[in-house]
Write a protein that binds this ligand. Sequence first.
Ligand SMILES: [Zn+2]
Length: 540
Amino acid sequence: MRAAAISASGLALMVAIPATLYLCAYNELPLLSRDAAAIFGFLFFTALAPALIVSKAAAAAPSDALRRKLAGLLRPRWLALCILVVATLSAFAWRPVLAPAELPPPSVFPAPHSGRTLLIGVDGLCWETLRRWREQERNQDLAWLLERGYLGPLATITPTDSPLVWTTIATGVPPEDHGVKSFRTFEFPALDRMRLEIPPLPGRSYLLRALMRLKLAELRPVSSFDMRRRPFWEIACRPERPCDVVGFWATWPPQPFHGRLVSDRFYFVKSRGGGAWERTLDSYTTFPPQMERRLAQFRIAPEELTHARLLEFVDLSETDSAFDSVLTELRYGLAMDETYFQLAEQLLEDGARNGVFAFYFRGLDIVSHPALPFSDLYPEVPAPADQRRRFGKLVSRYYAYVFSRLRRLVERAGQDTLVLVASDHGFEREKEAYFNHHFAPPGVLLALGGGAETAPAELEAGIYDIAPTLLWLTGYPPSLDMPGRPLVDLFPKLDRSSLAAAERPRSYGYRWRNLPLKAPYDPESERQMLELLRTLGYIR
Ligand SMILES: [Zn+2]
């Protein structure tokens, strides 16, 4: 019995050691951490039961020769040797964890721009749709912006899930590195609610399904605990140059930094059908937390939008139902955009004169998904006449709405502001009357200030270039783990010499679970959030 217990724990060690090393490396967990110890303990005890069965089976092997052979293998001396070999070999698989870098110095070189810097993210702003809309509408606000700036396509990556792409835009590193790979992530209640990613090994989905059935793993919406690399606002912002951030994905609960942040869960409502809406409130949706109460007055609920307001976008007759799914999504997207546009204006109003501002708007993507097939911008798509009558102008009008708001923000930001408007992807027709962005159709890049109107038209830009560009504008070189480059040609009037001379750091370090601010866990609100993502068709 004693021998069996020793061999079983030996076998369990042979499973637990390499698996812990691999899991930690994959999740960039420091080996000498409480989390790593928890994983090891968990794996060891789960491996112990099958190992006991194996060693018992060895003792009861049918032939004498086989039993002797197996028993020989399970001798403590051999096991110890095997464990040593396994541990040494798995150490080679260890991807060296980046140092949890100290914050970079106030700036590496003098910032080429001393005024405000403004990044406006517009989800789903599509290069092809914009081209058609521009030709058809001759919009005044777009013309006003183009007189002052550069306009071009912005290449993106797949998959085009919003949290993944926007976190790539914010951090400048690939999803494998920043850790936000989807709308959802796995949480392990037995491991102090740790969020862990299981490597894509064969059998991964079976394992996860089994763990979920045993209540050992749960699916949760992504949160700021999943973001493993610093977004640009945590690198470049200082007391003397603060940042204001609104709406970015995976920013809840907000982590303390030099600035103000309104997280993606500040605005959360869900349609219950028949014109009823439900709103749950997470706590800690802003940083500093006390800002939440002041900003709450700007939250517009979908049901607060009047019918007349919707009629600015769609053409309904007296007999048309007011509860069409396209209308529901328009109501939701518009109320959310109106809320965030107001917050953006507030923050620009009292924000620093040299601050960095980053705002994110999601309404255009929400509206484009159901309404593009009926849009007059795509007359070649076979759409039912009735839908075309009601929703044919919706996408065009929403583009006009977005550009009027963009212009207003640019004017609000003031004269000496550099502006980048970026989107995560465009749209394309994937089937007869079905538009989506599975194959990474390009988004849009618009830049204003710093001589952007004279930037070369053939400039090639992608989402990886946004963070390096913002870092350059605030006096930092891109780190070596960022695949993109600062778009220096976008702003021909700015000095680029100090950037070329600056030494690039290996990385701006990782952020992990030792984040100072932990929000209380509310399973009900998270369940509703997943349900909302499902009704919007984002997840299955
Ligand atoms: Zn979308």
